[in-house]
Design a protein around this ligand. Structure first.
Ligand SMILES: [Zn+2]
Length: 271
């Protein structure tokens, strides 16, 4: 029954393709509404938290939540209203993601690379940028993943969904690393998320220069298998990214200094 309802929902969504636009005015074709995307994001996150193979690390989750809260306070009101939640998973591979609906996950291995709150804010700001720009919605729409959506909706209703569809949908949502499906964001999405994330950092009182340091650290880091970390597969072109982030520092330093002067001095501690 539920399966049919969601099929119809996706079919009608396809007929009513919405033309939205990003905060910078790039037009987007979205076949899936925000509330549908949020529902899928929540379902994926619930599934991850319920997965026996992924254990949540409460102390690191508190640290990540502190950084997320500071960044979210700088979002436009419609985005602040989401129930933002951060969870740290005990996984060595340095990576992070943010799902539609405001669910943020990071692997504890990320904290070896993002070594202070400003660098962590650089990663999480970038991931929140993907959410605010509805990149997952664009990916799902572009790839016509309606069938995967139906499968995940089934899983949400407590049934066992077929693994492949769920994994593909998780990848499109941005959480592919958790299920072993790598789906790189496009360069356009990456540079939008970088710009949004670095600006959010500065507005929240995190040092925007840390975004440069973070990606330099990431380039030098190795994954658990000795190869470059997976985050570089899903977030390509680190060298181009660093150049762009460096270019924006000068413009963002006054934003950062004004935020600090107005009392925005986040104190998020990794202990
Ligand atoms: Zn990204």
């Amino acid at each position: 029954m539920l399966r049919i309802r969601f099929s119809l929902m996706f079919a009608s969504a396809a007929l009513l393709a919405a033309c939205a636009s990003t905060p910078e005015g790039r037009s987007q074709v979205l076949l899936v509404s925000d509330s549908q995307m949020n529902q899928m994001g929540l379902a994926a996150f619930q599934q991850m938290k319920a997965n026996d193979k992924l254990s949540v690390v409460p102390a690191k989750s508190v640290y990540a939540q502190c950084v997320v809260d500071a960044l979210v306070r700088e979002l436009p009101p419609e985005w602040q209203r989401l129930p933002w939640e951060a969870q740290a998973f005990a996984i060595k591979e340095p990576n992070a993601f943010a799902l539609p609906g405001g669910k943020v996950g990071l692997n504890t291995g990320l904290l070896r690379v993002a070594t202070d709150q400003d660098q962590l804010a650089a990663v999480l700001g970038h991931e929140i940028g993907h959410v605010m720009y509805r990149h997952a919605g664009e990916r799902v729409s572009q790839q016509q993943l309606a069938q995967a959506g139906v499968a995940l909706a089934g899983a949400y209703a407590g049934r066992r969904a077929s693994g492949d569809n769920v994994n593909t949908l998780m990848a499109a949502l941005g959480a592919g690393v958790q299920v072993g499906v790598l789906l790189p964001f496009s360069r356009k999405h990456e540079s939008e998320a970088d710009r949004a994330g670095q600006r959010l950092m500065a507005q929240a009182g995190f040092d925007p220069r840390a975004a440069v340091t973070l990606w330099q650290n990431m380039q030098q880091a190795t994954g658990s298998d000795g190869r470059p970390p997976e985050v570089l597969s899903t977030h390509p072109d680190p060298a181009g990214r660093i150049t762009q982030l460096e270019r924006h520092v000068a413009e963002l330093m006054p934003v950062y200094e004004a935020a600090r002067a107005s009392g925005k001095r986040p104190r998020c501690r990794d202990d």
